[in-house]
Design a binder for this molecule. Sequence first.
Ligand code: TGC
Ligand code: FAD
Length: 392
Amino acid sequence: MATAQYHHPDYFCVDELLTEEHKLIRNSVREWVNRRVKPIIDEACQKHEFPGHLMKELGEIGAFGSYIPEKYGGAGLDQISYGLIMQELERGDSALRSAASVQSSLVMYPIYQFGTEEQRVKYLPALAKGELVGAFGLTEPDHGSDPGSMKTRFEDKGDHFLLNGAKMWITNAAIADVCVVWAKDEHKVVRGLIVEKGMPGFSAPETLNKWSLRASITGELVFDNVKVPKENILPNVHGLKGPLMCLNSARYGIAWGVIGAACDCYDTALRYALERKQFDKPIAGFQLTQKKLAEMITEITKAQLLAWRLGTLRNEDRATPGQISMTKRNNVEIALKIARDSRQILGAMGITGDFPMMRHMMNLESVITYEGTHDIHLLITGMDITGINAFL
Ligand code: TGC
Ligand code: FAD
């Protein structure tokens, strides 16, 4: 089934809520994904390879740091534009959206928001162009959902900081030039440090044999007495709220991104169901197929409206972490269900790489875990509405 036939589902005319600029941005990323990602992505996943040559192209199309001011190489766009870019990238593959999420929200955002002017000028333009690749180190082997208990630490040695510890499950680890690493100081306060590739004592082994996000590089960041220059600390944030503020932005991007994966699955299943005949009629004519398709478009529509509304609240700087958690959790869950149900509509054909469902389904198993698991986001909502902290 040709990619060019893709018809973006818009049952509630959500397009009418977008500006002409939004549509232009969305359409240009959509066209790039169709041309540059769709033809190669299945093979990249089958071979467990990250299509690294696309990093600079992602920079060229403005996928990195779209909301960072132009002065620092960003595009100075609004939050809806950022969401639409993520949607189109994840329609291609979650690995592309992951690369853009990390680069934009987890590396450029903290350097812009918490960094010095020198750090902004040194790193942001090259990150925006994809000339430098970024990574974000929060999770550790023994501390995932509870990053506040992290063990990675640094000491002030007068003319430098000495960093020790390890991070795990880090997107882009093995290919990153610049890592924003969260570690505790001597007073047990979480701080952000910029660690560069090649610093003695720093290594980044890749995590292999994944069944999910196979076109994305995942790995460890290991710090064995790494001397980090003092000018590499992010001075303007102290405490766990630093990384969590970055996660607000990345989780918002995921809430849009997974709509792209869901739409790709729905659109493929709808077209297949209209063409495929069994018992002398299109399988789209059976009530059970219609139930699956009708439920998919209902959930896609609800997810689109949630994401759009969250974007408008973020544009006004009014979105709460609770709203972001609810949207990330809901949208990833429905995308995963749509991937599974649409795969069933294709029968045996659905398990092949000729169609995107299995790939999206396997990717979404990571997406439902990273940036806060499904259950952690439920507990954040629970805490928000009851005022009682279930983590304590
Ligand atoms: P808690 O005591 O509640 O909070 C600590 C401080 O942080 C503040 N805070 C927030 N600030 C901004 N935004 C948020 N969303 C915030 N949530 C909390 C809070 O007010 C407090 O501030 P202060 O000034 O009082 O110190 O922290 P806790 O230790 O009880 O943990 C809370 C919890 C569970 C919600 C949090 O730790 C959490 O979200 N856990 C999930 C971990 C997670 O999401 N990890 C993601 C790793 S990165 C990743 O997965 C990238 S994937 C990249 C890709 O490929 O796309
Ligand atoms: P755990 O925290 O051990 O959780 C295991 C299970 O226990 C989950 O079901 C969880 O919901 C449940 N659980 C934990 N605490 C509670 C509780 N209080 N109540 C109820 N249930 C609970 N991290 C980074 O820092 N940077 C990255 O770039 C990055 N990229 C990633 C890429 C991939 C492909 C993957 C899979 C992960 C990535 N992560 C990254 C890590 C990710 O954020 C963590 O995996 C996630 O936060 C969960 O941590 P964990 O895997 O240690 O699970």
